[in-house]
Design a binder for this molecule. Sequence first.
Ligand code: DAH
Length: 355
Amino acid sequence: MSDIKNIKDEYLLKLSKDLDVNQINEIKTDLFGKNGLVSSQFKQLGKIPEDERKKFASELNDIKDELQNLIVSKIEEIEIKEINQKLEKEKVDITLPGRPFAEGKIHPVSQVIDEISSIFSEIGFSVEEGPDVENEYNNFTALNTPDNHPARDMHDTFYLDEKKELLLRTHTSPVQIRTMLNDKPPFKIIAPGRTYRSDSDQTHAPMFHQVEGLHIDKDINMGHLKGCLNYFIKEFFEVDKIKMRFRPSHFPFTEPSAEVDIGYEIKDGKIIIGEGDKWLEILGCGMVHPNVLKNVNVDPGKFQGYAFGIGIDRLAMLKYGINDLRAFFDCDYRWLNQFGFDPIDVPSSYRGLSR
Ligand code: DAH
């Protein structure tokens, strides 16, 4: 009997200490495992004289219950403590300031390409693309500009091989050729993209952007060309009326050819499009030359139409008041931050946090 009292006292003392779950489980095995101290006392029961057995058994059961209950409640206590510690650690502090994020900007040239594409798509033009590396044939010969043609001088570019068969395209006009070789008329496309020439000053960069337009069908005439450009310029500059003039010009791939100027004036240091008596050249255009149509297997007796080529960078500079073309390609983050466009509407509370 004193044996089990000793066991009880010893283990109550042990369990009163600061223990972890593993240590408690060890105690549990010591006491109630197969050969545990309490378990072996039960095995002894048969050896105890009958008159003492009942009392002993009841005492042993009490001790067993007491120690077992204590063990269970100790384990529970530890588990609750761990949960509380975890909750404390993982608590969200809603008073902390928001984390700033870097907000990207859309480059004005990309923005203007999107605007141009959406304006022309409203009147039925689809958007085509061609590669920056072009062959000599598509860039010149097919566009009625054979070798040694004086017009090639104005398109001095970067050749990529000794034989001068591959080059960086000097204009987007070769996309006209690619489109017409790939399909059957009618054609009604625009083709925005990069173009290259050996040129560099405040208004010329060796890489710049153009958008080509081509409309070929059975009864297309110069009136359609005028109407289309008039609509585009008004939509692009968001004005109700514009002054536009066609100046006779020459391009080998159009006949007749014209350059288009728009009227403007400067008020308080700002360019106002559509008013005033100054003229600004913005594009080249004309009726597609029959030789070009023949080169792409389109019968000029049945089909005809117009084409135009617009300098995108110039339009972006005019619309958004940017006066040095080179800034477009400097990759200066501060400049982009000032002239770039927001890709999506960011909640105003986040603005200013961006950097
Ligand atoms: N490709 C010409 C250039 O880069 C621009 C141009 C003029 C394109 C007349 C045309 C056009 O399609 O019809 O200077």
